[in-house]
Write a protein that binds this ligand. Structure first.
Ligand code: UDX
Length: 433
């Protein structure tokens, strides 16, 4: 099939590359000419394990192309994906200007019956609005399908190539057949395509992300309780997760969820509910807990030191989670800004996010080449992102480097007893202090 993908962000680039990998002829489109030129040379703008290699392979096989000419790419395509950004707009609502603008351009570019797919995370009812925007600009037949993406940064290829499920929202039999064919290589009996109406598909994406955010905030509240009653949230997590109805994933207490999706999608779902006269109180609480949790390491530090001014702190990890350089809504930003605001000095290390971090902090922090350099001479060390390389440090070396051996473990990576036995003052999340 000939496919066009509009938007070469995370979702668009991964989807386009994976469809090319399964043998289709894919053209990815972006308005950013610089990005397109770089992509043509095989340089990808994000850090995502395995993606660059797959892009190279498919460019070489002439199945993957990049252009800024939407008209030329959309015209001959049978399926057109809209994968442009839906940033947070007014009062938490998703800003649809890029999606609707793309839809109008697609309308003008159509040359025959085409399936137009909303891949971006869009609020309920967007398929109808996209449909109207296309219809205003074309005489050709088309169907608009909602096909939300569930991929996680850092595991995007795996998630796309072996999805838990593929959600396809359409009322058209013709579109259903084409979409079924397109996704056939990626699905199995136990990982099926779920066909549904467009509105249910649109809502599924928000409901899934909001549910995951809720689990995290729930655990963070349990962790706060553990700290006050002398229980260990890690044991409670295991005890709960072993119940098949609950399961182990997304129950890790930490320093709050970040990234480009959860914060924005929780807000957007609340706005959707408000628009139809519902107040989603549960999600308001999820947000409040998350805001508190993002401040929790700073709160612990202020309690421990009293005053942090003129003290130096090490920070391990800047990305909002491992295996990405994405710092959008990262808890590291709030922590570091908080420390700097209180007059402390910060020396940080992240395996891949240093360049991105410079956009946030400029020369207000020190960027250490290794995690041990970040710990040198510090009054305390914050573990913010659970990169594997931070999991088993040489504790003796670490202690010798630090001015005072205090660890604030924002991801419960270390064993508190071992850390204390090694002579550290240890603070975790929900670990019974
Ligand atoms: C998320 C969804 O998982 C994905 O399906 C959707 O398409 C986009 O949004 P992503 O933003 O890449 O993906 O990150 P994810 O791995 O889900 O983590 C989100 C945040 O939750 C991170 O800040 C992470 O540190 C935090 N988290 C996750 C916890 O604090 N505890 C957990 O148990 C799990």
């Amino acid at each position: 099939m000939k496919i066009a993908v509009i938007g070469t962000g995370y979702v668009g680039l991964v989807a386009g590359t994976c469809f090319a990998e399964s043998g289709h002829d894919v053209t990815c489109i972006d308005v950013d000419l610089k990005k397109i030129e770089a992509l043509k040379r095989g340089q990808i703008p994000i850090y995502e394990p395995g993606l660059e290699e797959l892009v190279h392979r498919n460019i070489a096989a002439r199945r993957l192309h990049f252009t800024d000419d939407l008209n030329a790419a959309v015209g001959p395509s049978q399926v057109v994906f809209i994968a442009v950004g839906t940033p947070e707009g007014e009062t938490g609502r998703a800003d649809l200007q890029y999606v609707l603008n793309a839809a109008e351009q697609v309308g003008r570019a159509l040359r025959h019956y085409t399936v137009i797919v909303d891949k971006s995370t869009v609020p309920v009812g967007t398929a109808d609005r996209v449909s109207a925007a296309v219809a205003r600009n074309t005489q050709y037949e088309f169907d608009v399908v909602s096909n939300p993406e569930f991929l996680k940064e850092g595991a995007a290829l795996e998630d796309f190539l072996k999805p838990d499920r593929v959600v396809i929202g359409t009322n058209s039999e013709r579109a259903r057949k084409i979409m079924g064919e397109l996704y056939a290589p990626f699905v199995r009996t136990e990982n099926p395509i779920l066909f549904m109406d467009p509105r249910s598909a649109e809502l599924t994406k928000y409901a899934a992300n909001a549910m995951l955010a809720t689990r995290i905030s729930f655990m963070n509240d349990i962790a706060a309780l553990c700290e006050r009653v002398g229980a260990d949230a890690e044991m409670v997590r295991k005890g709960m997760g072993s119940d098949k109805r609950i399961g182990y994933s997304f129950l890790y207490p930490g320093i709050g969820y970040g990234g480009s999706c959860f914060p924005k999608d929780v807000k957007a779902l609340m706005a959707t509910a408000r628009d139809v006269g519902l107040e989603f109180d549960l999600l308001r609480a999820v947000e409040n807990t998350n805001a508190r949790q993002k401040r929790c390491l700073l709160t612990k530090a202020l309690k421990h030191y009293g005053d942090v001014s003129n003290r130096t702190f090490g920070v391990w990890g800047l990305a909002f989670k491992p295996k990405t350089d994405d710092m959008r809504e990262a808890p590291s930003v709030e922590l570091i800004e908080g420390l700097l605001g209180k007059g402390a000095r910060v020396q940080c290390h992240d395996p891949v996010a240093t360049e991105v971090a410079q956009r946030y902090f400029g020369d207000r922090v020190l960027y250490a080449p290794t995690c041990y350099d970040a710990a040198e001479g510090v009054d305390g060390l914050f573990l913010v992102t659970e990169w594997n390389e931070f999991r088993h440090p040489d504790m003796k070396r670490l202690k010798a480097l630090m001015k005072s051996p205090v660890i604030f473990d924002g991801r419960n990576v270390f064993d508190p007893r071992r850390a204390r036995d090694e002579g550290f003052t240890y603070f975790g999340i929900g670990r019974g202090q």
